[in-house]
Write a protein that binds this ligand. Structure first.
Ligand code: B16
Ligand code: MG
Length: 220
């Protein structure tokens, strides 16, 4: 029986609900630019880097005349709005079931890591009291390619000295599930099966989750 070496968690949308703050900020920017952003369109922004997200937003609004300088300026504006919300976060913003499940993993001696595309991950982890909780943190400041590229998860596995084949990834984004699959890891989607259908398993959230869920992912 193959064992699981490590468990890697996406941050936005799995540990905390910052995906909502991202959506609010992108929607506000879209409104300023004269169009709307639907929840369905927002799904394409999840797990993707800030600048790639902006390109997707501009494509949705059919805006194709902005200079690089202007793009950077509005991406910074979006990030400032987003940061207003994350700076107010507290440990109460940790999603239901998360701290219980992380506690169970630690007790059972699993290595745990964060694998996030966000350059704000450090701030969020600090706000929720998890700055030094994980064995490794790989975020948007440490990668060259964002999800669905596997770089973020491969780097996390390397830091944990874990074989990618024996790693499990928890993700709320379709791009993140693809990244985990591209890394040769097992994936657990957190959210809707309609969006996360490429995951090995999909769960609605981490409430009442037990480590026995891994039994369904181990190749016998
Ligand atoms: P930032 P994750 C991702 O974080 C978000 O899902 C995505 O919506 C965001 O654009 C990206 O981080 C970059 O975030 O603007 O804070 O650098 O889900 O990979 O933890
Ligand atoms: Mg996410």
């Amino acid at each position: 029986m193959k064992k699981i070496d490590a468990v890697i968690f996406d941050l936005d949308g799995v540990i905390v609900d910052t995906a909502v703050f991202h959506y609010q900020a992108w929607k506000r920017l879209a409104h300023e630019l004269g169009f709307d952003l639907t929840p369905e369109q927002n799904e394409h922004l999840k797990g993707v880097s800030r600048i790639e997200s902006l390109e997707i937003v501009l494509e949705i609004g059919r805006i194709n005349h902005l200079t690089q300088k202007k793009k950077e300026e509005i991406a910074t504006k979006k990030n400032d709005w987003y940061r207003e919300n994350i700076l107010k976060m507290t440990p109460d913003d940790i999603l239901p079931g998360v701290s219980d499940f992380l506690g169970k993993l630690k007790k059972a001696n699993y290595k745990i890591a964060i694998g996030s595309s966000s350059k704000n991950a450090g701030t969020i982890l600090e706000r929720i009291g998890y700055s030094s909780y994980f064995d490794a943190v790989v975020d948007g400041t440490k990668i060259n390619y964002s999800k669905p590229d596997p770089e973020v998860f491969i780097k996390a596995a390397n830091l944990l000295k874990a074989n990618p084949k024996n790693c499990i990834v928890f993700e709320d984004a379709a791009a993140g599930i693809e990244a985990a699959n591209n890394a040769g890891m097992k994936s657990i989607g957190v959210g809707s099966p309609d969006v996360l259908y490429k995951a090995n398993i999909v769960i609605p959230d981490l409430r009442n989750l037990d480590i026995s869920i891994f039994d369904n992912l181990i190749e016998h």
